[in-house]
Design a protein around this ligand. Sequence first.
Ligand code: GBH
Length: 482
Amino acid sequence: SKEVFASNLTQFPRGFAWGAATSAYQIEGAWDEDGRGLSIWDTFSHTKGKVENNENGDVACDHYHLYKEDVAMMKALGITNYRFSISWPRILPSGTGNVNFKGLEFYSDLVDELLANGIEPYATLYHWDLPQALQDKHDGWYSPVTSDAFAEYADVVFDALGDRVKYWITLNEPWCSALLGYGIGVHAPGIKDIKSGAYLAGHHLLLAHSKAVKLYREKYQVLQGGKIGITINSDFKQYYCDNTLDKAAAERSQIFVMGWFADPVFLGDYPEEMRKTCGDRLPSFTEEEKVDLKGSLDFLGLNHYTTALVASPLFRTNGGNYYTDMGTMDSSDKSWPVGESGWLKDVPWGLRKLLVWIQNRYDDPLIYITENGVSGPGESSVKKDSEGLDDTFRQSFMQGYIGELYKAIAYDKVQVGGYFYWSLMDNFEWADGFRPRFGLVRVNFTSQARFPKESSFMYQEMMARVTPPPPEPEPIVPTVPA
Ligand code: GBH
């Protein structure tokens, strides 16, 4: 068969962007320095009982102070593309209005440092750290005021960094912001409103995205020549039984997770299947908003980690909330390996199937895998850092997923422009605190020492091997006259 991939896994497309990713609140620390305002994650993690062991991102990896060392470390590890996020409350401490130039300076210096070391910056504008002031004054993503505030913030950042940053991502995983933040309340701001809160927040996140893209295209793109996209997270939804009911359920589930955000930005409106079930709990876009949303991306960022088995319930109930709207039953296979994060099963073939699903539904868009990675089992409990470095679980996870990515590109002809491992280094894993360690590099959170894990050396070899160097110029052989 043509799927003899081991020997074929030698060539990714020329220019394929291999990299690693992080986000501001998860690594920076320096939560109250240089004029930074509060974000909803400061408030959330400072509230007892919200995060495992009541941990928080006050210090995290102290990257705010150690960024030069971290860039040097990336260079040493052969990482040539880096996705990071910008902290909105560092730039606009109250969400709108006053610009904090110290905050801009940090990112400007970071970008300069990256470029000086041959590393291409990919900047995410919003990785969940909403300025607290917008939550207090306007109920955050419940209000269209926050969408406008986001465009104002984006304007400041494009203006300051767009001469050097050529890849922009508006939002990271709006599904998480909407559902986990405003639906089930396990993320900041911790609001539990599963009936309509998640839909309302998701709506204003989408409008924020589209306003920022419109602004970038009208005011900056021609001059600065960058690209802009959005990052959407999705598991692959595999039907449980090969029958009509389960197949429909799996498709519905894929649509309720991915289509909720991807349909509006590619096709200009929410999926028909959602509208049918949700009725007016799902807000509507005006005609003008639809026009602005449709095609509001130069590339799709995809964060993909795992796969779920989806079965149909015997009958649909009408609970009037996100889960009953979706009306599916998720499970996983016992044989799927799992690391430190219980939700994350190692199911590499799901990546390929999800990429093909996206290729079909959205007419073959350009995709970047902006996150994929795993937390190693046992890495959190070793006594000495040196014992946490032989991360065979991660190595096998990466080989599996990168292999399936290769097949999607080579055999299914999915257009994929890059792959960013999550994460460059161990960091603050949201409600799970510092326990799950996703890094290619181990971080000692007391000394702030960094220790590259074995996977980082393996990744370095993979990146070097699969991206062919430019062809060597033909030697010029002088013709010797006879
Ligand atoms: C990404 O989200 C985030 O972008 C990144 O910041 C994060 O560090 C990384 O994943 C690793 O988690 O515990 O059963 O409630 C990935 C999507 C959705 C995965 C929420 C974890 C929680 C499942 N995430 N999910 S559960």
